[in-house]
Design a protein around this ligand. Sequence first.
Ligand SMILES: NC(=O)c1ccc[n+]([C@@H]2O[C@H](COP(=O)([O-])OP(=O)(O)OC[C@H]3O[C@@H](n4cnc5c(N)ncnc54)[C@H](O)[C@@H]3O)[C@@H](O)[C@H]2O)c1
Ligand SMILES: O=C(O)C(=O)C[C@@H](O)[C@H](O)[C@H](O)COP(=O)(O)O
Ligand SMILES: [Zn+2]
Length: 357
Amino acid sequence: MMKQLRVEADHPYNVHIGHQVFSLFTKDYHGLLSSADRIVVVADAQVAKLHLEYLLGYLREFDVRVLTIPAGEQAKSVETFMDCHTFLLSEGCSRKSLLLAFGGGATGDVAGFVASTFMRGIPYIQLPTTILAHDSAVGGKTAINHKLGKNMIGTFYQPEAVLYDIQLLRTLPADEVRSGMAEVVKHAFISNESWLLELLEIDELGTMADGEIMAHLEKGIAVKAAIVEEDEFESGVRKYLNFGHTLAHALEGHFGYGRITHGEAVALGMAYALHLSNHARLNEFLVWCRKNSYPLEKLQEVSFEEILPFMKKDKKSSEGALSFVLLEKTGTPFLETIEEKRAEAAYLELCSMLGGV
Ligand SMILES: NC(=O)c1ccc[n+]([C@@H]2O[C@H](COP(=O)([O-])OP(=O)(O)OC[C@H]3O[C@@H](n4cnc5c(N)ncnc54)[C@H](O)[C@@H]3O)[C@@H](O)[C@H]2O)c1
Ligand SMILES: O=C(O)C(=O)C[C@@H](O)[C@H](O)[C@H](O)COP(=O)(O)O
Ligand SMILES: [Zn+2]
């Protein structure tokens, strides 16, 4: 089964999700691939080990070059960014070349950034391999990290297409399933209470069947696509996709990129934002996080002073103000600047609340 969703961005494209989506290389995308002078797959090293042969099986007709990059978050570095450019240059790539980003959000973010900057921009296709990447592969945000802040160097650059083969998700370890489902829950919190309640009933994320995962991913992509269509370059409503991220990015910066998964950090960040929002479902959400082994205890390892400098540099804020996406209620997000004293008190309250969950 294969489904198709449309993203009507400035540069519109389709998201194909389901089984055998790579068969579209020789159908819908045959023209794009056959007109490229070079096709380069930028693959996460771990994903390459598990699934590169499978991918290349669908690309037999084409002359494809492969560059493997470090697995996961370590790839979002200046070094990997430069290694990609060096590879493209030494392989004789030009403005007529095509890049395929094969991996999770980290691979998609760095490869997308490379695509947006190589000779000032070449086309690329996202081939996401994680649950989380239902979010990262759609919407055109690309980035690498700076030690002073997450995703601080990047561009908005939409792909030609997203081919999302959900069969590849079967090899995801439990912590990556957990990480990805946090962004699904984020999409529910900012859009739809009944979907949220359905998600909060899942006691063991690891037991979800392919069909169930796919249904949630489709809903998440639809929420994301609608927001991107309205505000591609994040001057307004796109900021709502950052629900939970002011604290999440601070935690990632504090612990070191890759030491806490992005989705786990987002889960903790959503708990904080729910508390700041006085949201009725905070306790329910914390119980769900506990049942599904989100590392809530990590919050107690970090002082407010340690995360404050990162939160002050958040991309939603300026002049060091603390900026959060809060919820009036589920489905009604808004942007709020919170005074430092209130943010600190709420952080301490949340930390002490965690002992009782
Ligand atoms: N651009 C955006 O809009 C956007 C949105 C959300 C998140 N992000 C970014 O995405 C990144 C997180 O992405 P992620 O959660 O996909 O993680 P990831 O890309 O870091 O991958 C996590 C781990 O899973 C492994 N992996 C990937 N696919 C696998 C598979 N099918 N089977 C087994 N192992 C697999 C990788 O090797 C890695 O070790 C963060 O850097 C975050 O900032 C970007
Ligand atoms: O697409 C968006 O916009 C998002 O905010 C999605 C987030 O889940 C994602 O983590 C994104 O990379 C965050 O972007 P940033 O601009 O806050 O770095
Ligand atoms: Zn995110």
